[in-house]
Structure formats: structure tokens, C-alpha cells
Design a protein around this ligand. Structure first.
Ligand SMILES: *[C@@H]1O[C@H](CO)[C@@H](O)[C@H](O)[C@H]1NC(C)=O
Ligand SMILES: *[C@@H]1O[C@H](CO)[C@@H](O)[C@H](O)[C@H]1NC(C)=O
Ligand SMILES: *[C@@H]1O[C@H](CO)[C@@H](O)[C@H](O)[C@H]1NC(C)=O
Ligand SMILES: *[C@@H]1O[C@H](CO)[C@@H](O)[C@H](O)[C@H]1NC(C)=O
Length: 529
């Protein structure tokens, strides 16, 4: 009997039915349990035999013409899971006469990330040179993924990244081209562009990872958290996005605390420790309310204090990088409270689509406290503008970063990358096939839960969004300049503001020493300064 208890079916309510009845059945022992298990066996039995038939599947008399993907079927608890035999790729009818809508603008950066190989293409030798830094090699052949692991990654980063790629292959069966790539799951980018300048250069190794910066050529790819971060109980993105949207309704912006909020782990980076100096105390108030996230005690208390949907309680939220980019950025931006972004060094795949002063408020890397105070005072003074900024960011996150687009970004990036390969990838000797069974069946606890929740249930019946063309060089320069100017503008305002304050303070101080009481004339009152 046990072998049937770990079955998760596809859609159509079967998964819910099995788990619910199973758990209830197990709690009340006896005859009831037997009945429940019996029902489960019948349902699952019918389902398994149906799922082995072709693309058209009939379940208890209901017929669906939607091509179905095979569900997750775990044969037993302690057996090594093997991948099921190949079945024909479900054919998806796509109305190709209707051109799909254009992808969000940040997809243009795909062209920029691949530009180093545009002229030369990518040779096998280049790919092999990236191996030293990679956690795994991924090969896709005929829509099947093979993976060769080189070394363990931090936590389950590699597992959920591979899980995401597997779901992409399910979403677009037969449409992801053959390819081979190296992936590094560590935080910081490492392929320095200065090492590959000059005519003699052998060409940079193409290395995939989660973020890049201005000095490196690493190719950025969506991080694991879109499918779940089991170690700290962060759900798959499509679920969280919905929760945060609902959470946003709970406290209207005007009713939120009129301060800038941050909660995180300061030990990972010096700028974060520096930020903590801006916290409110008896002697100062920079309008910042900062808290330390203690993941160990949180995990012991069931993560009650770290529910992301309940963290939209302040009018402003601070984003500051950790050891590199931080996964938290999308959760922070989703709050429809303006995000104060402390000058970042790194970028992930979507953040390049954000404009300062439209989607966020830029905070200086030095003088963080003054910068935060100025931003919060500005927003509390210009409430409508502040709300517009918060709403612009949260609708960017809700609309342009929904899971459909995350998959489409992966699709286009891999598709464009594959076009550059100058050789035909083959299955490496040590690579193993990647499939639902080998990944999800041995998984336990939250890992398993998140995998089941983020599993793609049916192939998409439309094409991916249309990839916008590369930036024209002048347009790209214009865009970068616009961003830079807008950040500089804020710095100018800030400097002017603080200079005026200092001047007033000095003036008042001098006047007071001469015995003039100007408190009533101009506000020399310390509290208002
Ligand atoms: C699980 O493993 C145990 C010990 O290796 C073995 O006796 C048992 O038959 C296995 N169960 C299944 C269902 O394979
Ligand atoms: C891929 O599919 C083609 C055509 O169906 C077939 O000829 C080829 O052998 C397949 N390659 C692999 C590696 O399965
Ligand atoms: C380029 O290659 C030539 C011949 O291999 C070598 O002599 C020269 O030093 C190289 N130049 C640079 C800048 O590496
Ligand atoms: C910041 O100040 C608040 C209010 O006094 C306090 O509750 C919080 O623990 C402080 N945070 C840190 C990191 O010290």
C-alpha cells in the first residue's frame, strides 16, 4: 500500500484528493483508514494506467484534449528513483499566425549578456574552460535534460535551479533547443572582462550564474528562489506573489508606519553592518527601523516572524545587497511601499528594468543615514509621488516578473545561447538524466512540498513572448545616462538639503552665543532641524 501514498497526480484535483484523504485517513486508524487507502488505490491505479497512454488522457470518464504531461509517480519510499521511459513529446497546437506580445523591456539585456560571443560564437573549448568554476554541467538533447555535477552547491540552490530548468522543459516541450552550459551557483560573478580584452584573447568562458556586475561577463539566470527556498521556508514565487498582493491590501499605504524598514542578516556584508548604525535610538532618528533576521531561531519557531506577506507594514522599505545581489529584492519591491535601494554593485536578470525615481529611490553607499532620512522626509511630504513610486515597483513585480515571464526569460536566454554554439552537444559520459522522479521522489519536507507546488502541470499552448531586439548602442548609452543622471540629481538635492541645514545650525549657534534668541524668527529649534 505504501507505494501509492507518495503519489502526486497532475491537476484536476487529484493531488489534493490524495493528500487530504491520506492524511485524514492516517490520523484516524482502523476501518476508515482502510477504506481511504482503498479509494486511493483505485483512483491512483486508474490514473497511472491512463497516464501511460498517449497525449490524450481519460480520467474517470472525463476526457481532456489538452495534452498532458506525465505526473510525478514515486514508486516507493526507499528505492532509487529511475526516470520513466521516454514518451513522445506532446504536440501542442500553437496559433502561430498570432504574434505573441512583446516581452518586457528587461529581456533586451539577454542580447547584452551574450554579446561577448556574438562575433565568435561559443566553442566546446570555451565551455570546458568554465568547468573549473561550475557546480554542474547541463546538456539538453531533444528536450531531455542531462546533468553532470562537479561539486556541491550552497544549500539546495543547484537542486531548485535544475528543478526550474526541468519545469521549463515541461512548459515548452520539444521547443528548448539542444545546448550545453556550465552553471555556478555561488553568489559573486567571476569572469573578469579585463582578462579577455585584446585581439589575442581566447574568448571568455560562458558561465551561468544568478548575478553579474559591471566588471564581469557572467551570464545571469533566474535564481533558485523562484521555485522555492526550502531552508528558510520561502515558497515558490507564483504563490508568494499572490500572498504579497493580498498582504498589500491589509494595511493601506497611508496607515503604514512612516519609516524605512529593513530586516535581514547583517553578518554577510560590511555595508549591512554599516546600515545598522542608522537605526533609531534615544539620541538619533534617521527614520530607519532596522531589525536583525535570525534564521536559526526563526526556523525553530516555524518562521512565524518571517512571513513575507506580512512585511509590508512600513511606508518605505530598504534594499541592501548581501554578499552579492539578494534574493530579497523582489519581495521588498512587491510591497507597494517605495523601496530605498542602497547603491548596488550587482544586478540579477530583471533589476536592470527598473528606473531610479520611477520604481525606486536611490540611496548613497556612503552617508546612508542622511540619505535615508532625506528620502523618508521627501516621501512623507510628497505622499502622492511616494505612492506612485511604490505602486510602479509593485506592478512591475506583479506584471513583468510573474512566473510566465521568468520562464520566458529562461527560454529566450537559452534559445539565444544555443544559437551561438558552434558544435553539436552530446551526452557527457558522467551525466545523468534529469526527471521529476529522480528529483522529487527522494525529496523530503519543504523541499518536496515546494517541488510539487512549483511543478508545471501542462505545456503552454501559446508561444513565449516575442523577444525585443537588442538596444541600439545610442539607446543603451542614453538609458544608462538617464539612470545615472537621475541618481546624481537625488544626490544634488540631498547635498543641498544637508548643506542648508548645517548652515542654519551654525548660524543659530553663533546667534545664540551672542545672546540673540532667534527661535521665534527662524526655526532654530533643534527638534525641527
Ligand atoms: C526498503 O528498504 C528496506 C531495507 O533496505 C527493504 O527491506 C525494503 O524491502 C525496502 N522497501 C521497498 C518498498 O523497496
Ligand atoms: C533526437 O531526435 C531525433 C529525431 O527524433 C533522433 O534522430 C535522435 O536520435 C534523437 N537524439 C537523441 C540524443 O535522443
Ligand atoms: C598575441 O599573440 C602573439 C603570438 O602568439 C604574442 O606574441 C603576443 O604577445 C600576444 N599579445 C598579447 C597582447 O597577448
Ligand atoms: C532598532 O531599534 C528598534 C527600536 O528601538 C529595536 O527594536 C531594534 O532591535 C533595533 N535593531 C537593531 C538591529 O538593533
Amino acid at each position: 500500500m505504501k507505494r501509492f501514498l507518495s503519489v502526486f497526480g497532475k491537476g484536476l484535483g487529484i493531488h489534493g484528493l490524495i493528500s487530504d484523504t491520506t492524511y485524514r485517513g492516517l490520523n484516524k486508524a482502523g476501518a476508515k483508514a482502510f477504506t481511504v487507502v482503498f479509494v486511493v488505490v483505485v483512483v491512483v491505479g486508474a490514473y497511472i494506467s491512463a497516464s501511460w497512454s498517449d497525449a490524450e488522457v481519460i480520467i474517470s470518464g472525463r476526457s481532456s484534449t489538452k495534452p498532458l504531461l506525465h505526473p510525478l509517480i514515486c514508486s516507493s519510499d526507499n528505492q532509487t528513483q529511475t526516470c520513466p521511459p521516454k514518451r513522445p513529446i506532446p504536440t501542442v497546437q500553437i496559433l502561430d499566425d498570432v504574434k505573441s506580445p512583446s516581452c518586457p523591456d528587461y529581456f533586451r539585456w539577454i542580447h547584452e549578456d551574450l554579446r561577448p560571443w556574438k562575433a565568435t560564437g561559443i566553442s566546446k573549448e570555451m565551455v570546458e574552460r568554465a568547468k573549473g568554476a561550475a557546480n554542474f554541467r547541463l546538456v539538453v538533447l531533444n528536450g531531455t535534460a542531462y546533468v553532470e555535477k562537479f561539486r556541491a552547491a550552497i544549500q539546495t540552490r543547484d537542486v531548485f535551479t535544475l528543478w526550474g530548468i526541468l519545469q521549463l522543459l515541461r512548459l515548452y516541450p520539444g521547443r528548448v533547443p539542444d545546448l550545453e552550459l556550465m552553471f555556478d551557483c555561488f553568489d559573486r560573478p567571476i569572469v573578469k572582462s579585463r582578462d579577455y580584452r585584446g585581439r589575442n584573447s581566447s574568448g571568455p568562458p560562458p558561465l551561468f550564474r544568478y548575478c553579474g556586475d559591471k566588471d564581469t561577463l557572467d551570464i545571469v539566470f533566474p535564481d533558485w528562489s523562484f521555485w522555492g527556498w526550502a531552508e528558510i521556508n520561502i515558497s515558490p514565487w507564483h504563490l508568494l506573489l499572490k500572498n504579497i498582493k493580498e498582504g498589500n491590501e491589509r494595511i493601506k499605504w497611508m496607515d503604514r508606519e512612516p519609516y524605512a524598514y529593513w530586516k535581514g542578516n547583517p553578518s554577510v556584508a560590511a555595508p549591512r553592518r554599516d546600515l545598522l548604525k542608522c537605526n533609531v535610538s534615544e539620541t538619533q532618528d534617521w527614520n530607519a527601523r532596522l531589525y536583525v533576521q535570525d534564521w536559526i531561531s526563526e526556523s525553530q519557531q516555524g518562521f512565524k516572524q518571517s512571513d513575507l506577506a506580512n512585511q509590508c507594514t512600513h511606508r518605505y522599505k530598504i534594499y541592501i545587497e548581501g554578499y552579492a545581489w539578494s534574493v530579497s529584492e523582489k519581495y521588498i519591491l512587491a510591497c507597494n511601499s517605495p523601496t530605498l535601494i542602497v547603491k548596488p554593485q550587482y544586478y540579477d536578470f530583471f533589476v536592470r528594468g527598473l528606473m531610479p525615481m520611477q520604481h525606486y529611490w536611490p540611496i548613497r553607499g556612503d552617508k546612508k543615514c542622511q540619505s535615508i532620512k532625506f528620502a523618508v522626509d521627501w516621501g512623507n511630504d510628497k505622499k502622492e509621488k511616494a505612492q506612485d513610486m511604490g505602486n510602479a515597483a509593485s506592478s512591475f513585480i506583479q506584471e513583468e516578473l510573474k512566473m510566465d515571464y521568468v520562464y520566458d526569460y529562461m527560454f529566450h536566454l537559452l534559445n539565444e545561447y544555443a544559437k551561438l554554439l558552434r558544435y553539436k552537444p552530446t551526452k557527457p559520459k558522467n551525466a545523468v538524466e534529469l526527471c521529476l522522479e529522480s528529483m522529487a521522489c527522494p525529496a523530503k519536507g519543504l523541499e518536496k512540498k515546494f517541488m510539487v507546488e512549483s511543478m508545471v502541470k501542462a505545456p503552454k499552448e501559446s508561444s513565449p513572448c516575442t523577444l525585443p531586439p537588442p538596444f541600439r548602442p545610442s539607446a543603451l548609452r542614453g538609458l544608462l545616462k538617464k539612470k545615472e543622471d537621475s541618481i546624481k540629481q537625488v544626490e544634488v538635492w540631498e547635498k543641498g538639503h544637508w548643506r542648508a541645514k548645517t548652515a542654519r545650525f551654525r548660524f543659530c549657534f553663533l546667534m545664540e552665543r551672542r545672546g540673540c534668541n532667534l527661535v521665534k524668527v527662524i526655526s532654530c529649534n533643534k527638534k525641527t532641524m
